[in-house]
Write a protein that binds this ligand. Sequence first.
Ligand SMILES: [Zn+2]
Length: 320
Amino acid sequence: MLKETVVLAADVGGSHITLALVVKGHVMDSVTIKAEPIKGMRAYLPLMEQMAKQLVENNSLSFLDLAGFGMALPMLVDSKKNTVLSCANNKYEDAVEIDFEQWAREKFGLQIRLEVDGNLGCMGEWNYGAGKGVQDLVYVILGTGYGSSVVLGGQPLRGRNFTAGILAGHMVVNPMGSKCICPGNGCVESETGTWALPGIARKTEGFHTSLLAKREKIDYAALFEDHALNDSVATKILERSIMYWGASLVNLIYAYNPQKIIMAGSVIKAGDYIIPRLDAYIKKQLWTIGEYPEICKAQHFDTAALLGCYSLVTTSDEYE
Ligand SMILES: [Zn+2]
């Protein structure tokens, strides 16, 4: 007889897929493979089955010992019906046609719960990380793009189409700005996202003589390095991004009145440069009654969504 509740969790990402066994607040064991989302979701289901079997065997468990299966997906999800509503172009596009409940029942004998990866990252931080005990919380992920999720009044915010709070990356911060991957222009994601950085850098005055121009890959890690070497173009681009991120946080604070903003994602993980500057921007810009919200770094950069899968499976009443 197991002492602890164990959940099977999957984090399906843009470049990797991780399967894990998760107990409350802790990843017991995990296995990760590289993934190419353009190949579609069906291409990876047999691999995920193998990974799950390997995990339970390695830990002397069987699927009968597990409380359920939680899956984090980089797409819009109906978390009540456990179906995929919409995928971005070339990103596991066939997922909308897959009956995940049937698949999980047939292959593992488990009830599956699907949720947007950003929402599960937020759940992980809220229950087991930087957001513990906070009733009103905004979670922001600065990575390839700009992800978000919100807890309001002690409840995860979902909205009528399951999109409330998760599309903050497409809040407009520069209406005359560049074309986004969404139908809009000048979203905070198209003005600051890692995917947009090479284009932004090339348009920045002085780029051709900058350290950045010599690089094969322009991402935030490169900007932090070149900024540390006093490259003025890198500094200018960083300050520009901080201005747009700051503007987006001010908008989020007006919308959700949070006590805390948790910053996650590879850009935040790469350096301590950003959060103090965002804090300063907000304190300069915000019209507030009472205290400013606290801006802090996530505690579980790589595992928050997996920890959130545990919450999803074991506290399903929050979603009904
Ligand atoms: Zn957009």
